[in-house]
Design a protein around this ligand. Structure first.
Ligand code: URA
Length: 442
């Protein structure tokens, strides 16, 4: 079948066969099918959608466009987590060693930040000399030794996605559930996992702004994972305000270290524990969630998880002196409080505006080839429900440039609202989709 006939079939709203999807994606990955045909297909999928079986074939074809990790030599249950990204989302840095501390293996391949959402790799690279580009053998060896490793995407991993994602970015075809599902899942499933937890962020600072859309994406990814023989769960979490008290690369590493030392903020600690609980159920290393939580709290309190993180940094070439003494991490020249204009309760701490302020400061990138400034960002973020006096810092801006500081201050004016009455505490987790609920989800 000619590629244009396959495009026409999808354009007319018909379901594609496995053979059609595999031949189309296979040809695109090899360079035998031009970008304009792939773009037309992406738009047809965007408008017409795909059924769950088509999405699973698309995911599998994209995964097989590259190398699938051979993790057979890792004997522990291999379970990872993927977050759709948010502001201040440093969960992976804490979660991977915490999950390793309870007998899971976490071979985590992470991405960089783009736009207002930060990336795990940028955060880790703020640790001097930390290597995110291990070879596959080194990566597996670190996971076998300590139970976790976090590295970056290699060029062999799902190359069809790399090409297609760049094309979607410039053809108005990013926000499509079948395309997002295949794009995320083809990379995660190439890690050779037994199970995967998805953290679908929902709110103003996230890709999915409504619960309905976040739920549809979560269910789509869970179905594809299940169809490919993986144990799957998802949590839908609140991204209307930043997670934790910092946003910005090195600042988030400091907060992750504190959380691993059991001194972290309550929201970040809770999301991390709730996530690893689900991972333990997926990996079958716990009797139930209550027992899992008890063990996780213990491993945070007694330093077990922190020691694994420190060891991971060491094995990946990072300077552990910066872990033992975080003042050795990159520091910004200017630290300027952003003051509350009146007394009352924080009613809005808008993740989107705070995220934009961080990008303006240089913590994030607008184009994939831009460098980031590890030192800048915001700390001491006050959250919805916090009581403040007039002039109290709502957060502290860390900047290296006066012009950028002024631009960030202008953006932050829209970030906060103070009310006289105490607002209702927003939920951290909107919904859990797991073995107990999947059958009941439409
Ligand atoms: N992240 C991805 O990797 N792919 C998408 O399509 C969207 C978010």
């Amino acid at each position: 079948m000619l590629p244009q006939w396959i495009i026409e079939k999808k354009r007319d709203g018909k379901a594609l066969t496995e053979e059609e999807i595999r031949s189309f994606i296979g040809a695109y990955a090899k360079g035998d099918l031009p970008d304009y045909q792939m773009a037309a297909m992406a738009m047809a999928i965007f408008i017409r959608g795909m059924n769950p079986q088509e999405i699973a074939w698309l995911t599998d074809a994209m995964m097989r466009s590259g190398h699938v990790l051979n993790t057979k030599s890792i004997k522990k249950p291999k379970v990872d987590k993927h977050s759709t990204g948010g502001i201040g989302d440093k969960v992976s840095l804490i979660l991977a060693p915490l999950a390793a501390s309870v007998g899971l293996a976490v071979p985590m391949i992470s991405g960089r930040g783009l736009g207002i959402t930060g990336g795990t790799l940028d955060k880790l690279e703020s640790i001097p000399n930390y290597r995110t580009n291990l070879t596959e053998a080194q990566f597996i060896s670190v996971v076998k030794k300590i139970g976790c490793s976090i590295i970056g995407q290699t060029s062999q991993l799902a190359p069809a996605d790399k090409k297609l994602y760049a094309l979607r970015d410039v053809t108005g075809t990013v926000a499509s559930i079948p395309l997002i599902t295949a794009s995320i899942m083809c990379k995660k499933l190439a890690e050779g996992l037994d199970g995967l937890l998805l953290d679908v962020k929902c709110g103003k600072g996230a890709f999915m702004t409504t619960h309905k859309d976040a739920r549809a994406l979560a269910l789509s990814m869970v179905r594809v994972g299940n169809a490919m023989g993986k144990r799957m769960a998802a949590i839908i979490t609140n991204m209307n305000q930043p997670l934790g008290d910092t946003a910005g690369n090195a600042l988030e590493v400091v907060e992750s270290i504190e959380t691993l030392q059991n001194k972290g903020p309550a929201d970040l600690t809770e999301i991390t524990i709730a996530s690893v609980e689900e991972m333990m159920v997926l990996g079958r290393v716990t009797k139930n969630r209550t027992a899992a939580r008890k063990q996780l709290e213990k491993n945070l309190a007694d330093g077990t998880a922190f020691r694994i993180f420190r060891e991971m940094v060491k094995l990946q070439g990072g300077d552990v002196r910066a872990i033992d003494d975080p003042s050795r991490l990159p520091q910004a020249k200017l630290k300027v409080p952003f003051a509350a204009p009146s007394a009352g309760y924080v009613a809005l701490a808008d993740a989107e505006s705070i995220g934009k302020a961080c990008v303006v400061l240089g913590a994030g990138r607008v184009r994939t080839d831009q460098a980031v400034d590890f030192a800048v960002g915001v700390s001491g973020i006050r959250h919805v429900g916090d009581k403040v006096n007039k002039g109290d810092p709502l957060l502290v801006i860390h900047a290296n440039d006066k012009k950028r500081l002024a631009d960030a201050q202008a953006l932050l004016k829209q970030a906060y609202k103070i009310s006289k009455s105490k607002p209702k505490q927003p939920p951290l987790i909107f919904e859990r989709i797991n073995g107990d609920t999947i059958g009941k989800s439409k």
